[in-house]
Design a protein around this ligand. Structure first.
Ligand SMILES: [Zn+2]
Length: 161
């Protein structure tokens, strides 16, 4: 018996990976940059169909305030956000919070939270940062480079506390 005939006679016992499984497995588990770069050519980048890039669950996205989701509010410039929450902060006869309410925008909890939020946002507006959105990530807040010296600035958190 030749080795070739022997090979043909044996049933194939290897594991078959579909192209999709191979690509996903490599991206999830491979520590090799070369391998990852190679399979990345077969991937398409786009917003997540479930959360639209917000990272929020459908349940969290179902919650709205003034007709906007948390993700939408998070993406607004703070100057605009302040205008949206201000009417709630000015409520004088807020209702008691209860699970039965279809909308919680006018209850005492919403008033307390929006008052606290408006106070914090106002500080940033006074600093001239009203164009920023709450959801903006810290690294994007640093200037690209120091215009005087041409070197990147040391990164520091924009906000604390
Ligand atoms: Zn998602």
């Amino acid at each position: 018996m030749t080795p070739q005939r022997d090979r043909v006679a044996k049933p194939y016992k290897g594991r078959f990976w579909s192209a999709k499984s191979y690509v996903l497995h490599t991206l999830a588990d491979s520590k090799s940059t070369t391998m990852r770069d190679r399979v990345l050519r077969f991937m398409e980048t786009g917003p997540c169909p479930v959360c639209g890039g917000s990272g929020l669950t459908p349940a969290a996205l179902a919650v709205t305030f003034a007709g906007r989701t948390i993700a939408e509010l998070n993406a607004l410039p703070m100057s605009e956000l302040a205008g949206i929450i201000r009417p709630t902060t000015e409520l004088t006869a807020a209702g008691t919070a209860s699970r039965k309410q279809t909308s919680g925008e006018g209850n005492e909890v919403a008033v307390a939270i929006t008052r606290d939020l408006l106070q914090r946002v106002t500080v940033l507006l006074e600093l001239g940062l009203g164009y920023l959105a709450l959801g903006r990530s810290t690294p994007t807040l640093s200037p690209a480079k120091c215009s005087g010296c041409g070197s990147p600035p040391s990164s520091a958190p924009a906000f604390s506390g």
